[in-house]
Design a protein around this ligand. Structure first.
Ligand SMILES: [Zn+2]
Length: 261
């Protein structure tokens, strides 16, 4: 595709200073996936698109998209910022991490199919107040495939049975049924609930999700499984993920403090 002026839907992922007055803006677009935009004079006072390019803003943009180089924005319409995500430290942290994951998973300038709508739905749901950790876990589960890790969640990888208790084996890249647990002594020892949610997470369409509630103990286990897979199989070391881990530690410490009161 040569550079042509076109209308697209976009989400502002992050911004980066460029020279004195300009900005580089990473956007997730419905047309060419992630792309870097050069926005001239963006830091100048009175710049007419200031509100359209704030972090966590989504809307319709017209500009020229370049699959291999910098893209440009000419005008924007119907833009709005996810206000709760921008102002709440936890929502902000999880969404920053989701966007960093998407940025790592896909090459710039390539269409990402249904992923644009899935990410937009994730942000809509977090903005509305659904549990940001759970929504992030769903994205993490589904993005594993894009990272080249495609666990078999729904049946035993050896015999295909799904009517017996299942446990996850990193070595076999999926579930093992009770009859085959002996093959891997290092299975993750997942309980039925955790297995059930992982299976749901792998296929759920966020555009159809209205509410979800999972108890804190199961949430912790789900996060442990996904952290194990991301640490060992994907091997990312994202700053935004380290921040979430730090944030959760503070919360635990505050919890301990208030229990000691
Ligand atoms: Zn089996």
């Amino acid at each position: 595709m040569a550079r042509v002026t076109t209308q697209f839907t976009g989400i502002i992922m992050y911004r980066q200073d460029y020279r004195e007055r300009d900005l580089l803006i990473k956007m997730l677009t419905d047309k060419i996936g992630t792309a870097m935009f050069f926005v001239k004079n963006a830091k100048k006072r009175g710049f007419r698109m200031t509100a359209d390019i704030l972090p966590f803003t989504h809307g319709t943009y017209i500009g020229s998209l370049d699959e291999n180089g910098l893209s440009f924005i000419n005008t924007a319409s119907d833009t709005s910022q996810y206000k709760n995500i921008a102002s709440d430290i936890s929502k902000n942290a999880y969404v920053t991490y989701i966007l960093a994951l998407v940025d790592s998973a896909f090459k710039d300038g390539r269409s990402i199919g249904g992923w644009f709508n899935q990410v937009a739905a994730a942000l809509d749901l977090i903005e509305k107040g659904l549990d940001e950790q759970i929504i992030t876990n769903i994205i993490e589960t589904q993005l594993l495939v894009a990272f080249g890790v495609a666990p078999i969640w729904d049946r035993c990888v050896i015999c295909g049975r799904n009517d017996l208790a299942l446990d996850f084996s990193e070595q076999y890249g999926g579930m093992l049924c009770q009859n085959h647990w002996s093959l891997d002594k290092h299975c993750l020892h997942l309980d039925r609930k955790t297995v059930y949610y992982l299976q749901q997470f792998a296929t759920i369409n966020l555009q159809k999700l209205n509410s979800i509630r999972i108890n804190p103990a199961t949430k912790r286990r789900l996060q442990q499984v996904l952290d194990t897979l991301y640490d060992n199989q994907v091997g990312l070391n994202l700053k935004s993920k380290r921040f979430i881990r730090q944030m959760n530690k503070w919360e635990q410490n505050i919890g301990k403090l208030s229990m000691n009161d």
